[in-house]
Design a protein around this ligand. Structure first.
Ligand SMILES: C[S@@+](CC[C@H](N)C(=O)[O-])C[C@H]1O[C@@H](n2cnc3c(N)ncnc32)[C@H](O)[C@@H]1O
Length: 336
């Protein structure tokens, strides 16, 4: 089991600026090695963030273009500034990557040579106190990636859901064994007319519910709960499998799909979906017929996922939990 961790050190480097980009692209060399952007063509960066991966893709060849998608308007604004020197070779769209088919159609773009999704949260998001992603700052419990939208904040979610639903979210998305105890405390506060509204209130409540053990290497007790709430607020796992499948539809033959995930729930979905798309049946051995739709459409390029080297983790602790999986679309699979 691995978690996306909230690393103060990385974030501080980020806000200090200087030669360090505010968000260091994770597993950058491995990403380029799988995407092969030097072949030229169109590359879709579905999680543009601050444009670190996109910039490296654009720098790899004059014949390469990038379409970037992000649902965070602030990330898009900063990436647009950073990538402006590439002129018409770079275009960006505000939206959810699950709408990739629509985004490409609207933009008149077809047959990408590569698609990248570097899932999760950027350092910019963790580092901006008022975004409410981090228990390192006292801020309203917002956690929405799309600040421009009218989706529920994490605090609103905790006000609307029943105790059982809150426990299920924390258990499923945070793999937190003490989810029921945490949910009880959240609802107790609500019943007393003091619903949880801030990151500090939630972190303190979880610490009390779970018990704070200050072992040097253990994760903060609120890590799992914060991860769970963020996933639920942003619907991060919904339709991830469909997105992967759509990406394979859209790629040109021999096009590459690269996915970087930061926690085990995401990685499990990516691993299973790629296996199914490579023709490996995921049905139970007792099932009389296959119902998972396994069909050989891709070749998996990463039998084992790439993970960051010690050197990368030293310079960028946020990379610690990253796993990169990649595949290539087979020649005879027609693009939709
Ligand atoms: C880990 S960061 C990407 C960093 C980027 N690769 C770079 O080098 O700067 C993830 C980004 O994906 C965005 N994101 C997450 N889920 C998304 C979704 N479903 N649709 C569009 N953007 C999403 C987040 O807003 C965030 O900016």
């Amino acid at each position: 089991m691995f978690f996306e961790q909230d690393h103060g050190a990385v974030v501080r480097q980020a806000s200090e600026g200087g030669k360090d980009a505010p968000h260091r692209p994770v597993l950058l060399q491995e990403t380029l090695q799988c995407l092969l952007p030097e072949r030229g063509g169109l590359f879709v960066d579905c999680t543009l963030g601050l444009g670190g991966h996109a910039e490296a893709i654009l720098e790899s060849s004059e014949a390469t273009r990038v379409v970037g998608i992000d649902r965070d308007p602030e990330a898009l604004r900063l990436a647009n500034e950073r990538l402006a020197p590439f002129g018409s070779r770079f275009r960006s769209f505000h939206g959810d990557f699950r709408e990739i088919r629509f985004v490409l159609e609207e933009g008149g773009e077809r047959l990408p040579s590569g698609i990248l999704a570097d899932l999760g949260v950027s350092s910019l998001q963790f580092d901006t106190a008022e975004r409410g992603f981090s228990f390192r700052f006292d801020a309203p419990l917002d956690m929405r990636m799309n600040t421009g939208g009218d989706e529920e904040t994490a605090a609103e979610l905790l006000t609307r859901l029943s105790e059982e639903e809150i426990a299920n979210v924390i258990f499923e998305y945070g793999e937190e064994r003490k989810s029921r105890r945490i949910a009880r405390k959240i609802v107790e506060r609500r019943e007393q007319g003091r619903p949880v509204q801030t990151t500090s209130e939630l972190a303190a409540l979880v610490e009390r519910a779970v018990g704070f053990r200050k072992a040097a290497k253990s994760i903060h007790p609120a890590t799992r709960t914060f991860q769970a709430l963020r996933i639920a607020t942003n619907h991060e796992l919904e339709n991830l499998d469909k997105f992967l499948e759509t990406s394979i539809d859209l790629l040109k033959p021999q096009g590459r799909l690269v996915i970087i995930s930061f926690h085990s729930l995401e990685d499990r979905i990516v691993k299973r979906t790629l296996r199914r798309l490579s023709g490996i049946c995921e049905c139970s051995s007792r099932a009389p017929v296959c119902s998972c739709g396994a069909q050989r459409r891709i070749e998996i390029l990463t039998r084992r996922p790439f993970t960051p080297s010690e050197a990368e983790i030293d310079t960028n602790p946020r990379a610690r939990s990253a796993k990169l999986r990649a595949c290539s679309k087979l020649e005879d699979t027609l693009a939709a």
